[in-house]
Write a protein that binds this ligand. Structure first.
Ligand code: CAA
Length: 389
């Protein structure tokens, strides 16, 4: 008998500052509706130098791990394109910060915004062989395009942590998925750069083409049609992108189902609209947003489209479980988003430029009162100084 495997718990973290997109549009001489409607973003997370992908992942994972669960984690799979070292995996720093047992296998996975999906699928396959184990899958990134670039409005950052287990509480993954890889230069970041290089409009075309390819192939493999789905969840580099993805397949649905799928999409983009792009975590923040704000029911089939520039796409599906709402803390997420501080464009630009430099010198970062539980205190002797309160 096939073991049911999938997402048991989801945690999310994004730092305390945000930039309002009307403020950014005004400063950049753009019509605010271009950002609010044309791009579909209202706010963007601003990442202070005291947070990086390791600390954000730790702050997200802390919400879903108990002392008992930590002992059962067999593997940490950390998806990111914003790693902090060209050799050592972020997963090793994370495992240490969280106090995971040394019997844990800890590795980093990179393929732009696709890394967390690779982690999720590898975890699922591992659990089909080792059903008593638990795997911690992370998707954490800081999306940086540069000040005054077309991509600036699509920046953001944060971390998703997923506990992946057998007999999961939230979403049981179905075994069939369709994936597709091509060597495409739509978005990349050479090791000497802290900001992405992107052929923006081309990247949106590749995204849509890949979605069409894997959706068609998934249907061929499973003999399912759009009528078998209750919602579609998309990688959301900005919310308009997923809206375009959904529009591409809506004509395949009846008018009544079209209305239902559109309603689900609105729920799935709400939280992303207020955080911005977190690259590999974005699909899973959108899943969380759908589960928090949508009218979903146990037994519903969700279709998920993951896309990582460069490029790799995957379409897979899962069945919502009876107690899915117990797998995340919706009130805590509301609180996290509500308590954030709105920064001015001038403050945002200063924070953006204050990221830890690449020159290796010693730095002590200003650590304030409202610091998250896990934070970066600076760098000494070429080593990042991670701390927890
Ligand atoms: N009111 C309403 N809408 C308006 C408007 C107004 N006043 N002014 C413009 N718009 C609309 C435009 O019509 C356009 O809508 P459509 O796409 O539906 O035609 C939309 O606003 C955007 O306008 P532009 O295309 O002119 O915007 P731009 O060229 O300045 O930049 C972008 C858009 C290319 C997406 C740019 O933000 C970018 O490069 N972003 C980063 C790359 C990215 O996110 N790519 C996504 C696919 S790759 C991926 O998914 C991986 C990843 O995470 C990076």
């Amino acid at each position: 008998m096939t073991v049911s495997v999938g997402i048991d718990k989801i945690g999310f973290y994004t730092p305390n500052d945000y930039l309002d997109m009307v403020d950014l549009a005004t400063a950049r001489g753009e019509d605010p509706n271009k950002y609010l409607i044309g791009i579909g973003q209202s706010k963007q997370a601003v990442i202070p130098p005291t947070q990086d992908v390791v600390t954000m992942a730790a702050n997200a994972a802390d919400q879903i791990l108990t002392t008992a669960t930590k002992k059962e984690i067999a593997m940490v799979l950390f998806g990111t394109e914003s790693g902090v070292d060209n050799s050592k995996a972020t997963a090793v720093y994370l495992a240490h910060l969280l106090g995971l047992p040394s019997s844990t296998r800890a590795i980093e996975l990179k393929q732009a915004c696709y890394g967390a999906t690779a982690g999720l699928q590898l975890a699922a396959d591992f659990l089909r062989v080792h059903p008593t184990a638990k795997v911690l899958v992370i998707g954490a990134d800081i999306a940086r395009y540069g000040l005054r670039t077309p991509g600036e409005v699509t920046q953001g950052g944060g971390a998703i942590a997923m506990l992946v287990t057998a007999n999961p509480q939230v979403l049981a993954l179905e075994p069939t998925s369709s994936y597709h890889t091509e060597d495409v230069m739509d978005f990349w970041r050479p090791t000497y750069r802290t900001e992405a290089l992107v052929d923006g409009r081309y990247s949106t075309t590749v995204y849509l083409d890949f979605f069409k390819t894997v959706w068609t192939d998934y249907q061929r493999q499973t003999q399912r049609t759009i009528a078998d789905f209750n919602a579609f969840v998309f990688h959301l580099p900005f919310t308009k992108m997923g809206r375009k993805g959904l529009r591409q397949i809506l004509p395949e649905a009846s008018p009544a189902q079209q209305a239902q799928l559109k309603e689900a999409f609105e729920a799935s983009q709400l939280d992303n609209r207020h955080v911005g792009n977190l690259y590999t975590g974005s699909l899973y923040l959108s899943l969380l947003s759908l589960l928090r704000h949508g009218r979903m029911q146990a037994g519903d089939r969700l279709g998920l489209f993951s896309y990582g520039s460069g490029a790799e796409g995957e379409f897979f599906s899962g069945i919502l479980q009876p107690h899915y709402q117990q797998g995340f803390d919706s009130d805590k997420l509301d609180q996290l988003l509500a308590q954030r501080r709105r920064v001015s464009v001038v403050e945002y630009e200063a924070i953006y430029q204050a990221q830890l430099s690449n020159d290796g010198r010693d730095v002590q970062l200003p650590v304030g009162e409202g610091q998250a539980k896990y934070y970066l205190a600076g760098r000494q002797h070429q080593q990042r100084q991670y701390r927890s309160r």
